[in-house]
Design a protein around this ligand. Structure first.
Ligand SMILES: N[C@@H](CCC(=O)N[C@@H](CS)C(=O)NCC(=O)O)C(=O)O
Length: 230
């Protein structure tokens, strides 16, 4: 069997969830940067919904981050990131759903895109999009704070799970915005979780091999095709 391949672009939140899980489990893989072909036939042949990440393991190709990381956790050796207990597993899946439905859309798709991704391409921020997202981000942070305030180390308890790696890249990117810098200190238990996650050897190891943050060139299309309107 050959080493698996992750396809995506380097700053993608979801791509980095897959890379964190692979790194944590000590799995050798290669990364294929699709930035030059995003949205083109070569990319759409791998992902008909024009998204990333995509994962290849020999002849098997799978997309959707949840499906990829479950496959990786079940198929490869290394620390298990999925609890056996059904209730703990349900809790983990709950948090994965929270990232898809409430964290990524507001922290990344709305605020981070408006504050970092678009301005890096010379496109001004849309303040209405940011203003609409911020109360939703505060709800997420308040919920996380309540969950983590009793000294819980990780999202579902004392064991690290896929849920923590799902949350990490979005909370990292949001930390680079002015809103992240302003809001995070109001949530100390959440900040302790971030500190714990950011200092994991897994996180450090992945960060060390990521290229410097370059503007996401294909995001020019997002500004035309699917920018929220308020
Ligand atoms: N449901 C998808 C979401 C993936 C996603 O939103 N990926 C973003 C990058 S973080 C993307 O591909 N956006 C479209 C683009 O970059 O053109 C998954 O779980 O993999």
């Amino acid at each position: 069997m050959s080493a698996p391949v992750v396809y995506g672009f380097p700053r993608s939140t979801f791509v980095n969830i897959v890379r964190l899980v692979l790194t944590h489990k000590g799995i050798a893989y290669s990364f294929q940067d699709l930035e030059p072909v995003m949205g083109k036939a070569e990319h759409l042949a791998l992902h008909p919904f024009n998204s990333v990440p995509i994962f290849r393991h020999d002849e098997f190709i799978v997309y959707e981050t949840g499906a990829i990381v479950s496959y990786v956790d079940e198929t490869f050796d290394g620390a298990r990131l999925t609890p056996k207990d059904p209730r703990a597993r349900a809790r983990m899946n709950q948090w994965i759903g929270v990232v898809h439905s409430y964290v990524y859309p507001y922290m990344i798709y709305h605020v981070t895109h408006e504050r970092l991704v678009f301005p890096e391409l010379g496109i001004p921020s849309d303040e209405k999009v940011v203003a609409h997202a911020l109360p939703k981000v505060e709800t997420v942070l308040a919920v996380l704070e309540r969950e983590l305030v009793d000294g819980r180390q990780y999202l579902i308890g004392s064991e690290l799970s896929i849920a923590d790696f799902f949350l990490l890249p979005s909370t990292f990117a949001f930390s680079l915005t002015e809103e992240g810098r302003r809001l995070y200190p109001k949530y100390p238990a959440f900040c302790r979780w971030r500190q714990r996650m950011e200092s994991l050897p897994t996180t450090q190891k992945l960060r060390a091999i990521l290229p410097p943050r370059e503007p996401i060139q294909h995001a020019r299309e997002w500004a035309k095709s699917h920018r929220p309107k308020y």
